[in-house]
Ligand binder design. Structure first.
Ligand code: XBP
Length: 254
C-alpha cells in the first residue's frame, strides 16, 4: 500500500447525525411551504433512506408510496422546485446551529490537517448543504480546509455507484491506494469500494446493523479521549479513538 495522503469524508450521517433532525425536517418544511399535506415521520424517513439523494428520494416516495391520483403533473419541475425549497430550509437549520458534529469528527479533521493530509468531501448532498454544515460547526474558514468537494449532481449516478469517489480521486490527483474514506452506510461503502478505496465505517444508530463486509474497520463513532469508540468489526488495535496514527496503520494493512 502507498503512503496515506488524503482522507475523503462522506457528509450525512458521517460528520453529523443530520438525516432525521436535519434533512427530514427540511423536507417537511418544504412540503408545507409548497402547500402539500405530506409529512415524513421518522419511521417513514428511515424507509426512504434506502434511496440516496434528496431529489431521487422524492421521486421514490412519489412512485412507490403515493396513490397515482396524487402524483403531481409535471413531475420533474415539481421535484426540482420542492427540492430547492428543501435546500433553503436545510441551510437555515444549519445556520441556527441546531446540528453538532459527531464525536471525534472535529478532532480528526484538525489532526489530519496538522499531519499534512489532504481533505476531501464525497457526498450525495448538495455543495450548499455540505458547506453550510461545515460553516455552522467549524466556522467559515473550515470550508477552505477541504481541497475537493465532490457533491450532489456533479456525477449523474449517485451512491452506491462509485462515480462520486472516482470524481473525488480525479480532483485530488491521487490514486485510490493513497486515500482512506470515512463513511457510515453500506451504500457509501459499496460506492467507495467500487472506486478501489479503503474504508473506515463510523456507523450510527440507523446503519449499525447493515452489512459492512469489505470495510477495514467498523466503529460506532470516531471516539474522543474520555468517550471511547466501540469496535463493531475489524481490528482497531485497542484504540479508543480514531486518530491519524490509527488511520495510517489501518491504511498500511489495506
Ligand atoms: C446522504 C443522502 C442525502 C441527503 C439529502 O448522502 O442521501 O441525499 O439525505 O441530501 P451522503 P440532498 O451520505 O452521500 O452524504 O437533498 O441535498 O440530496
Amino acid at each position: 500500500m502507498s503512503e496515506l495522503k488524503a482522507l475523503i469524508f462522506d457528509v450525512d450521517g458521517t460528520l453529523a447525525d443530520n438525516e432525521q433532525a436535519g434533512h427530514r425536517v427540511a423536507f417537511n418544511r418544504a412540503f408545507a411551504e409548497s402547500g402539500l399535506d405530506w409529512h415524513w415521520d421518522e419511521a417513514l424517513y428511515d424507509r426512504l433512506l434506502a434511496v440516496f439523494g434528496g431529489k431521487e428520494r422524492l421521486r421514490y416516495y412519489i412512485d412507490d408510496f403515493l396513490d397515482p391520483s396524487e402524483v403531481p403533473p409535471d413531475i420533474d419541475t415539481f421535484i426540482r422546485e420542492v427540492h430547492a425549497r428543501k435546500t433553503r430550509w436545510y441551510v437555515e437549520l444549519m445556520k441556527s446551529g441546531a446540528m453538532p458534529l459527531r464525536p471525534g469528527v472535529e478532532r480528526l479533521i484538525r489532526e489530519a490537517r496538522s499531519a499534512g493530509l489532504k481533505l476531501a468531501i464525497a457526498s450525495t448532498t448538495t455543495l450548499e448543504n455540505a458547506t453550510a454544515l461545515l460553516t455552522a460547526t467549524l466556522g467559515p474558514e473550515s470550508v477552505k480546509w477541504f481541497d475537493v468537494y465532490a457533491c450532489g449532481d456533479v456525477v449523474p449516478r449517485k451512491k452506491p455507484a462509485p462515480d462520486v469517489y472516482f470524481h473525488a480521486l480525479e480532483e485530488l490527483g491521487l490514486d485510490a491506494s493513497e486515500c482512506l474514506v470515512i463513511e457510515d452506510t453500506s451504500s457509501g461503502l459499496a460506492s467507495a469500494r467500487g472506486a478501489g478505496l479503503p474504508v473506515l465505517i463510523t456507523a450510527n444508530s440507523t446503519t449499525r446493523d447493515e452489512d459492512f463486509e469489505g470495510a477495514l474497520l467498523v466503529v460506532d463513532q470516531l471516539g474522543e479521549p474520555g468517550q471511547p469508540m466501540e469496535t463493531l468489526a475489524g481490528d482497531s488495535a485497542d484504540a479508543g479513538w480514531a486518530d491519524v496514527n490509527l488511520l495510517r496503520w489501518l491504511h498500511s494493512r489495506a
